[in-house]
Design a protein around this ligand. Structure first.
Ligand SMILES: Nc1ncnc2c1ncn2[C@@H]1O[C@H](COP(=O)(O)OP(=O)(O)O)[C@@H](O)[C@H]1O
Ligand SMILES: [Mg+2]
Length: 322
């Protein structure tokens, strides 16, 4: 694999639809290790097999390939556009370029039903979940769960930032039926709701745990009076110690999805083994909120993991030589 010529620093592609705080942190972390981080939008990357060469063109890299790619953001688009963007990530892997996270891992985590399936299979405590195309079946399920006194969360399959979540079933003692599925692409992804004893003086919380290279490295609590506790929905980030059971659950979840790094969302549940359930796993996780409550340089931890584990770099030797 070509890594650029002369004395130029080897270049890592930061694949993102948005440059800003996260990309600046990654570029700085890479520069500290002698690499150049160069941003490119996956929407602008293309397949081109008209000439000899790799068949993939990444703007800013000329005819060369990056030594590695970090996936920081994939913009929404049509099924065709997303297929091509993920195809570029698959293609880079086929060409021997380490992609952080790999396209397969990103696909598993972006699809919430696949996440539920894999967590379930790995024996990680996670709420029961269903993915149904039949509206009649979904209605019957919601009716049965309502009769059993349970609440469900209906989520967009590819959702993020707490957008579009709805409670159905028995919600605060009231039966809430399934809404029209057309705005959800004709798919009902439903997950049993994990309730917390909350009140005005005691808001509920989630844990967000960051796993890097198989190890849980930082955690926070997201506290909110609303049951959707995303930072984007106004939840407050507060520092949290990484307890061994929660760390083990997060690490198990990241491993079940084959993630290099992952932002794992958990909710407390005293009845579950480990005292929590994993709600979802983020394979293109933002970390600005978590960085605000931890001393660990998160971008550096990710970059160092990529360089050491995926590129085989000996950072202790590099530090000595540098
Ligand atoms: N099954 C559930 N039980 C309890 N709270 C939930 C459940 N599902 C989602 N939530 C709340 O909504 C938030 C967003 O849900 P999540 O599945 O992480 O989707 P997103 O990708 O939008 O972040 C969670 O962090 C949690 O606070
Ligand atoms: Mg989440």
């Amino acid at each position: 694999m070509s890594t650029g010529s002369g004395s130029a620093r080897p270049r890592v592609a930061i694949l993102t639809d948005e440059t800003g705080w996260h990309t600046a942190r990654l570029r700085r972390a890479l520069a500290r290790r002698g690499f150049e981080g160069r941003c490119a939008d996956l929407a602008d990357c293309r397949f081109d097999t008209s000439r000899t060469g790799t068949g993939i063109v990444i703007p800013g890299f000329g005819r060369e390939l990056p030594v590695a790619a970090i996936v920081r953001g994939i913009a929404g688009g049509s099924l065709e556009q997303i297929t091509k963007r993920l195809g570029i990530l698959h293609g880079l892997r086929e060409l021997g370029v380490p992609v952080y996270n790999d396209a397969r891992a990103i696909e598993r985590s972006v699809d919430k039903s696949m996440t539920s399936f894999l967590l379930h299979g790995a024996g990680i405590p996670t709420p029961a979940a269903w993915a149904l195309e039949s509206e009649a079946q979904a209605r019957r399920l919601v009716m049965a769960e309502t009769a059993a006194g349970r609440c469900l969360v209906l989520k967009p399959l590819f959702g993020s930032q707490g957008k579009g979540l709805q409670q159905v079933g028995l919600v605060d003692g009231r039966a809430v039926p399934l809404p029209d599925l057309a705005p959800l692409g004709g798919l009902a992804y439903l997950q049993r709701f994990v309730s917390q004893p909350e009140g005005p003086g005691a808001p509920g919380f989630d844990w967000r745990v960051l796993v890097v290279g198989g190890r849980a490295v930082a955690a926070m609590k997201r506290v909110s009076g609303h049951w959707v506790r995303n930072v984007a929905q106004g939840a407050r980030c507060i520092p949290a110690a990484l307890t061994p059971p929660v760390a083990a659950l997060a690490q198990g979840a990241a491993a079940a999805l084959g993630m290099d790094y992952a932002g794992v969302d958990l909710v407390p549940d005293p009845a579950a083994p480990g005292g929590a359930q994993v709600l979802e796993v983020n394979g293109v996780a933002a970390w600005r909120g978590l960085q605000s409550v931890t001393d660990l340089d998160i971008a550096q931890a990710m970059v160092d993991d990529l360089l050491q584990r995926r590129l085989g770099l000996d950072l202790t030797a590099a530090a000595c030589a540098g």
